[in-house]
Design a protein around this ligand. Structure first.
Ligand SMILES: *Cc1c(COP(=O)(O)O)cnc(C)c1O
Length: 426
């Protein structure tokens, strides 16, 4: 064996997996079981008391899901990960470990529309208050910090406009404020950007998108970078204080640089319950094996389509960080040199009506509310995902009335361009 560290594509295929020890099965089996037999009474007690690692019940952990967790932790460069039922579940489980009622977190204003809803409305009923900041104005994050701030949340490549966030600059603000930086890396995937390398403390994903990659399975994951010290100042009692449900152990003290992932599992997932089905974990693992191949094709196609649109007379503007003329191109070159992702927006000279008309004329592009599928997708955010926002908030979040969002698939780029050409021209 050489002592070379495996590269990204090797990890995408192998990390966390080995031939099944009982059957020799080479693909990771789907352990479709709710529960696992204990060796004896002492073994059972030690598992329940967190003195030993092992399988108890699939709501808390499952061997198929464990392979997925180890694989994504390896790809992101984290210490541990926890798979959950969806990207939104990942967000609620992460913040539940960090915020008490009355606490605040700062979030970038440019986010997935569902996250804006979740943060604004659902989290308010938990007493968690979101404070918005502008990812293009780093000082707005600094100004938003108060003694009740417990976390900062950003997207690496931001929905819907595909803008690139200056992760390092915002991580400096987080460090100064003594709070963890959470990065939603869904649109980039670790193939394009590894936020932990740039100062993120926690990475979350909707596995539903590029990691699974085929538009067939929901899932989410939380990656612990192992970088944050949870013991300072009693700010994070879930991690630093004795846990009554586990014989008074302190998670940070006991689990060190993967305490956050453990907290998410044994306090968040165990008690809130959004477990990932092992079948979905299997589908997503299969998708991840081809992540590097797919992601490069997604990006190459997206650049070609963006260039076509930029030259089309019906198009007012194209917001794709991979274009040399784009205002995020410098950040794209720094953070995502292999490609600026495959989700971006463009504006139509014809405004709202032209947006609605375009989505109805496209044939190869599917009109639906998803991104990160092998298939190319289109949506008009102002009339769908962002329709709940008022006009000013739509514009601020990059979803003005004339804006159309594309998620470019892995078809032949010539076919995608031909479809857009007929829909724009007709
Ligand atoms: C889809 C998405 C989510 C939510 O994930 P689900 O799996 O749909 O719950 C969160 N963030 C981003 C950037 C997304 O694209």
């Amino acid at each position: 064996m050489s002592d070379r560290l495996p590269g990204f594509s090797t990890l995408a295929v192998h990390a966390g997996a080995q031939p099944d020890p009982t059957t020799g099965a080479r693909a990771t089996p789907i352990y479709q079981t709710t529960s696992f037999v204990f060796n004896d009474a002492d073994h059972a007690a030690s598992l329940f008391g967190l003195q030993a690692f092992g399988n108890i019940y699939t709501r808390i952990g499952n061997p198929t899901n464990a392979v997925l967790e180890e694989r994504v932790a390896a790809l992101e460069g984290g210490t541990a990960a926890l798979a959950v039922a969806s990207g939104h579940a990942a967000q609620v489980v992460v913040l539940q470990q960090l915020l008490q009622p009355g606490d605040e977190f700062i979030a970038a204003r440019k986010l997935y529309g569902g996250s804006i809803n979740q943060f604004t409305h659902a989290f308010k009923s938990f007493g968690w208050n979101v404070v918005w900041a502008d990812p293009d104005d780093i000082a707005s994050f600094e100004r938003a910090v108060t003694p009740r701030t417990k976390a900062i949340f950003i997207e690496s490549i931001a929905n819907p406009g595909g803008s690139i966030t200056d992760i390092e600059a915002i991580s400096t603000v987080a460090r100064k404020a003594g709070v963890p930086l959470i990065v939603d890396n869904t649109l980039a995937s670790p193939y394009l950007i590894r936020p932990i390398d740039h100062g993120a403390d926690i990475v979350v994903h909707s596995l539903t998108k590029f990691l699974g990659g085929h538009g067939n399975s929901l899932g989410g994951i939380i990656v612990d970078a192992g970088t944050f010290d949870w013991s300072t100042g009693g700010k994070y009692p879930m991690l630093s204080e004795p846990r009554p449900e586990y014989h008074g152990i302190r998670l940070q003290e006991t689990f060190g640089n993967f305490a956050f992932a453990i907290a998410c599992r044994v306090l968040g997932l165990r008690d809130l319950g959004p477990a990932l089905s092992p079948f979905n974990a299997f589908m997503i693992l299969t998708g991840i094996e081809t992540l590097p191949l797919r992601m490069q094709k997604h990006c190459d196609n997206a650049k070609a389509v963006a260039e076509f649109l930029a030259g089309h007379p019906a198009v007012a503007s194209v917001s794709y960080a991979g274009l040399a003329s784009d205002k995020y191109n410098q950040l794209a070159r720094k953070y995502a040199p292999k490609g600026a992702g495959a989700v971006f927006t463009f504006g139509l000279k014809g405004g709202y009506d032209a947006g609605v008309s375009l989505v109805s004329k496209l044939q190869l592009f599917s009109h639906l509310a998803n991104v990160g599928d092998t298939r190319s997708l289109v949506i008009h955010p102002a009339s769908t995902t962002h329709s709940q926002l008022d006009d000013a908030a739509k514009v601020k979040s990059g979803a003005g009335p004339d804006v159309v969002r594309l998620s470019i698939g892995i078809e032949d780029k010539e076919d995608l361009i031909a479809d857009l050409e007929q829909a724009l021209g007709a």
